[in-house]
Design a protein around this ligand. Structure first.
Ligand SMILES: Nc1ncnc2c1ncn2[C@@H]1O[C@H](COP(=O)(O)OP(=O)(O)O)[C@@H](O)[C@H]1O
Ligand SMILES: *[C@@H]1O[C@H](CO)[C@@H](O)[C@H](O)[C@H]1NC(C)=O
Ligand SMILES: *[C@@H]1O[C@H](CO)[C@@H](O)[C@H](O)[C@H]1NC(C)=O
Ligand SMILES: *[C@@H]1O[C@H](CO)[C@@H](O)[C@H](O)[C@H]1NC(C)=O
Ligand SMILES: *[C@@H]1O[C@H](CO)[C@@H](O)[C@H](O)[C@H]1NC(C)=O
Ligand SMILES: *[C@@H]1O[C@H](CO)[C@@H](O)[C@H](O)[C@H]1NC(C)=O
Length: 688
């Protein structure tokens, strides 16, 4: 049943009307599609199931021929007059490229159904080097040539030519047609468009006319032929000849199709039923240009690489500049810096911009703002901080601290937060920190600070502490007063930095433990005992700082036997021995100092660092002692026989676990001290 339907469809589709009038050689046929047609094909030629004649499929250097099965009786006798005939056919040429095709196809009238020894490419599978032009070929060909072959004096790479025994056309014309107004319309043979060709021989006039038109303009033959040649075919063709097609490819993949064909002797060719022509196969997306074929893969690869790297860049950029911003932070808006700005300000936190590393993290120099005129120099401190707990309180404090204004404070400008990281932005202090002048003078190439400068710095730091303790709207405890947190501005004023930062480590810890943060040697005994920072614990640290800047020694030093020596104890010993206090003064001052001031500072240092809180002065009093408006109470060395360390040990603090946080990570206290960077130590008491 299915079979029967198929055959019926084939019959319908083919619509071949073949009339063979055996008597006078009256041949007439018409094919709209070739399904079931009795064509003789060779080479690469084939008829597809839906009736499309494919002369050459897409491959290089192919040949293909197709002939009507029986020969035509062109004349009644050898050398006799060749009768008029007319052929019409619809073809299409499909190249893999938009701008090239090769080589072409031809309608032929030849003595045999085939061309043995013919060459592909420019020879169009018709002739070869030897027989080209030989009259014994008895060949008429109408070529549709898509390549310009100079051997055959081709006019261009898109022409229609009339060939007699020779591929050098007797007449040819660029492809096109004359429209109703007689205007020549150019056509491109390999445009993939189906076009119709009429080949007509007028036996009486001895003239061949070839006409071309795209089928989109209808089925009417244009009135004016494209190419004509006067040629008496009686002297060319054999009395019995075959009609058909030939096609060849060359170096390019081109497909040559014939969709329909009609033929008649002594009359016009029957009209081809355009509506019933087989469909051309889909060409795929778009014809490719040969140039594009080479450029496109490279361009595509480049584009993929570009898009890929762009995406990667965007992702990296996103990761690079990723921040943590929570809703509660919006109220701190003006104090919030974008990480991107900080990243660019510090050239991506380059080590070149590293100012130093302290107990909490690295500090980088940065320049905010793009235009030179409004740029601000800043110091950006990167603190790694995993805990989110207490972050809100801490940021709130940072922001409130940011509102502190005093000429002896290193201004906190704002902050930025990322995953596991907090960035604090401070005013940049061009002369760095005081410890550099005291301990790393040689490496840092810093001058010796004379006594006047030191005394000026001391007074500055004291007034800053007084400000944060008593003069501001609420009490701020610095918690980490020490030489490395005293920064020097361009006028060598002492500026207290880093305030409040120790709070960060107070938050979010186990309430069962007391976590003290500060720096060894600056920690008041009661701070170690109770873990509570107060104004007086700051005063204790300030006392240690006074001794430090005057003696040019660290509050805790290591002697040759690796025993810890407290600076307080050492100064105290000299105080007891009459007249030897001057021996504690920094030798780099070379004895050039105001003795009264130096002794005042040393004694004040001891007083501030007194183990008993009730003996320590407050910052208001400290200021009065320093400016001489109040005389220092007479210090009894015997009052101070308990040094901070002794007190600690007496109270059994040696049994407490000690851990050190330093820039070098955790290590023993001894190494942290001898390395010159006094780490921040935490005493963690097991929940009492
Ligand atoms: N605002 C600033 N301007 C210039 N340099 C700074 C600033 N803040 C810190 N520094 C430099 O960075 C170093 C490390 O700072 P910091 O982490 O505060 O040290 P520490 O933890 O020892 O107090 C300091 O010694 C100082 O040289
Ligand atoms: C034509 O050539 C192509 C490629 O070589 C091949 O796949 C196809 O089978 C050939 N067709 C015929 C009818 O020879
Ligand atoms: C096709 O043509 C050949 C040659 O003329 C002939 O021998 C053959 O019988 C024909 N086949 C059909 C199916 O018409
Ligand atoms: C033409 O072809 C014939 C037959 O193949 C051959 O004998 C003759 O020599 C050829 N002529 C030329 C000029 O090559
Ligand atoms: C048509 O083709 C001819 C020859 O190839 C060319 O000189 C002419 O400019 C073309 N005309 C148009 C309108 O493209
Ligand atoms: C062509 O040649 C044949 C035979 O030589 C002759 O009979 C005929 O008249 C010629 N036709 C023309 C138009 O010259």
């Amino acid at each position: 049943m299915e079979h029967a339907v198929f055959l019926f469809l084939v019959w319908l589709n083919t619509a071949a009307i073949t009339t063979l009038c055996a008597g006078g050689g009256q041949t007439r046929f018409s094919y709209s599609g070739f399904a079931g047609a009795n064509l003789t094909v060779d080479g690469n030629a084939t008829v597809t199931p839906d009736g499309l004649l494919v002369l050459t499929s897409s491959k290089t250097n192919l040949q293909g021929h197709a002939f009507y099965h029986t020969p035509l009786q062109l004349s009644t006798s050898p050398g006799g007059k060749v009768a008029s005939f007319a052929a019409a056919f619809v073809f299409a040429i499909v190249s893999d490229y938009t701008d090239f095709s090769a080589h072409g196809m031809a309608f032929v009238v030849a003595p045999n159904k085939g061309f043995p020894g013919a060459l592909p490419a420019g020879y169009l599978a018709l002739l070869n080097v030897q027989n080209n032009g030989n009259a014994s070929n008895h060949l008429l060909a109408v070529e549709l040539d898509t390549t310009q072959n100079t051997d055959f004096k081709d006019i261009n790479a898109n022409h229609v030519g009339i060939d007699i025994n020779d591929l050098h056309s007797v007449q040819s014309s660029p492809a096109g047609y004359y429209d109703g107004g007689g205007v020549l319309r150019n056509l491109t043979l390999f445009s993939r468009e189906a076009m119709q060709v009429w080949v007509e021989y007028d036996g009486d006039a001895g003239r061949i006319d070839v006409t071309l038109a795209p089928i989109r303009v209808g089925n009417n033959k244009p009135a004016r032929p494209l190419v004509s040649a006067i040629c008496n075919l009686s002297t060319v063709l054999k009395e019995q000849s075959y009609v058909g097609f030939s096609s060849a490819t060359g170096g390019i993949n081109s497909r040559h199709y014939v969709l329909g064909w009609s033929f008649a002797m002594n009359g016009p060719a029957p009209a081809i039923d355009i509506a019933r022509l087989p469909k051309l196969p889909p060409f795929g997306p778009k014809p490719r240009s040969k140039v594009l074929a080479i450029v496109l893969p490279i361009a595509t690869a480049a584009a993929i690489v570009a898009v890929g790297s762009l995406a990667t860049l965007l992702v990296l950029r996103k990761l690079r500049y990723a921040e943590v911003l929570e809703e509660w932070e919006l109220e701190f808006g003006p104090h919030r810096f974008s990480f991107k700005d900080l990243y660019h300000a510090t050239s991506g936190f380059k080590s070149k911009h590293l100012l130093g590393a302290g107990g909490f993290g690295q500090v980088y120099k940065g320049v905010l703002g793009s235009s030179k005129s409004v740029c601000t120099e800043v110091a950006v401190k990167r603190i790694s901080h995993e805990s989110r707990q207490g972050m809100k309180e801490f940021i709130a404090e940072v922001v409130s601290i940011g509102r502190l204004r005093h000429r002896n404070l290193a201004q906190l400008l704002g902050y930025c937060r990322r995953k596991g990281e907090l960035l604090l932005v401070y005013e940049y202090m061009p002369n760095g920190s005081l410890d550099k002048y005291l301990y790393y003078r040689e490496e840092e190439n810093k001058p010796v600070l004379d006594w006047a400068q030191r005394f000026h710095i001391i007074k500055g730091v004291a007034s800053a502490l007084l400000y944060i303790h008593d003069k501001w709207e609420k009490v701020v405890i610095h918690r980490d007063v020490k030489a490395s947190n005293v920064l020097l501005d361009s006028e060598m004023n002492g500026r207290l930095g880093d305030f409040g930062l120790a709070r960060l480590y107070d938050h979010g810890t186990d309430p069962q433990t007391t976590h003290i943060v500060g720096t060894m040697g600056y920690l008041a005994p009661e701070l170690i005992r109770t873990g509570r920072a107060s104004k007086l614990t700051d005063v204790f640290a300030f006392g240690a700082f006074l001794l430090e800047i005057t003696c040019g020694r660290r509050p805790v030093s290591i002697d040759d036997d690796a025993a810890q020596e407290m600076l307080v104890d050492w100064v105290l010993e000299h105080l007891r021995e009459e007249g030897s206090l001057a021996h504690t003064v920094d030798v780099s001052l070379r004895g050039q100092y105001d003795v009264d001031e130096v002794f005042l500072v040393l004694k004040l240092g001891l007083l501030c660092s007194h183990p008993y809180t009730n003996i320590r002065p407050d910052m208001q009093q400290v200021m009065q002692y320093l400016d001489g408006s109040t005389p220092l109470p007479d210090l009894q060395p015997t009052d101070m026989t308990f040094s901070a360390m002794a007190l600690m040990q007496n109270e059994g603090f040696d049994s407490y676990a000690m851990s050190i946080q330093s820039s070098a990570g955790t290590g023993s206290m001894a190494t942290a001290v001898s390395a010159g960077s006094i780490g921040t130590i935490s005493f963690i008491s097991g929940g009492r």
